[in-house]
Write a protein that binds this ligand. Structure first.
Ligand code: SAM
Length: 328
């Protein structure tokens, strides 16, 4: 395939390749150090023996509290080329705050050139961590999707771009529907593979609706409708965001939590049982909870102590895992 963006590069003031000055390693910590037990619904996880370094157990899952740049640098010696699927839902450079960053939520104030450099360095590390048949999904909105696509073309190669998925958030009401404009109602998920031709992809189908007939009147004989790159856009494909649902048993209170059925679709399609899945901006741990349910191994990371605390509680009892901080 022709490299449509050959020679095209996004530049910003101060753009530079990743510079590694320190040597980072992971240090295990006790759940009590991250869980605020006074918060409602919090419970202690099943916790395996504490280990000072990255464990050798291939079935090990772990959650890291800290900046994913340092976390990935600590992981690289053992995990280069080992991760089968990465999903990230990073900050979107909104310039605002989500929730109450000092309690539940995070600050999204890194914008412009600082945001691009922040993502540039971290995406380079993700590229190195991905397995030869691995894939990455990057969840964004209208603000940075085109910038990140150019950065991804530079790091991964434009031929490794697979799809731009449009995820319709759901019905819109209230002030959002008052805009004197087309009502905004979607996020963008960029899907790239590590290798342009060879990558895990379990094609997914939506079952035919009851009574559906082909144009010639006969019963359909296929597996269903193969999923398109527009999600939650038809009666058959219901994938509404939990943010627009008043009640959902999944809700953890984390302000930008994504729904599990969205992650289930991505994990079932782009990984297999036993594979290693990572989310380096994991927030409340949605990717990790789904990975656990689908028998994938996982690595999660978030800079926010409160996010990690929520993720720990959410995963408690589901699976055995360790929690780490990063030390230099
Ligand atoms: C949009 S939220 C992720 C929500 C998540 N998908 C969920 O379902 O809960 C983005 C997360 O990125 C985290 N974050 C921001 N900068 C980070 C960094 N440098 N390293 C790791 N996590 C970071 C924030 O604390 C926040 O929890």
């Amino acid at each position: 395939m022709t490299d449509v963006s050959e020679g095209v590069r996004l530049v910003w003031p101060g753009k530079h390749p990743i510079e590694v000055t320190g040597r980072y390693r992971l240090q295990s910590i006790q759940p009590a150090e991250v869980i605020k037990m006074d918060m409602p619904g919090r419970s202690m996880p099943l916790y395996s023996a504490s280990m000072p370094n990255i464990p050798e157990d291939p079935n090990h899952n772990f959650l890291i509290q800290g900046d994913c740049r340092e976390a990935m640098l600590a992981l690289l010696p053992e995990y280069e080329g080992q991760i089968d699927l990465i999903y990230i839902d990073p900050p979107y450079a909104t310039g605002g705050e989500f929730g109450h960053p000092e309690t539940v939520g995070y600050s999204d104030r890194c914008v412009g050139a600082d945001y691009l450099q922040m993502m540039y360095e971290r995406l380079q590390l993700m590229h190195r961590l991905l397995a030869p048949t691995g894939s990455i999904y990057i969840h964004l909105d209208w603000r940075m999707n085109c910038h990140i696509r150019l950065i991804m073309d530079e790091i991964f190669g434009a031929d490794c771009f697979q799809r731009e998925i449009i995820w319709r958030i759901g019905w819109v009401s209230g002030y959002k529907s008052c805009a004197r404009n087309w009502i905004r109602n979607h996020d963008t998920i960029l899907f790239y593979s590590r290798n342009s031709r060879s990558f895990t992809f379990n094609k997914t189908y939506l079952p035919y609706r009851e009574g559906y007939r082909r144009r010639d009147g006969r019963k359909p004989f296929g597996k269903g409708w193969p999923l398109e790159d527009t999600w939650n856009c038809s009666q058959e494909d219901r994938l509404d965001s939990i943010q627009i649902m008043s009640f959902s048993s999944e809700k953890t209170g984390y302000p930008t939590q994504k729904n599990e059925n969205l992650l289930t679709r991505i994990l079932e399609t782009s990984s297999n049982p036993g594979d290693l899945v990572a989310d380096f901006f994991c927030g409340s741990g949605t990717t990790l909870a789904v990975a656990d349910k689908l028998n994938r191994r996982w690595i999660g990371c978030d800079i926010g102590k409160e996010a990690v605390s929520i993720a720990v509680s959410r995963l408690a009892g589901a699976v055995t895992f360790d929690i780490y901080r990063i030390v230099e």
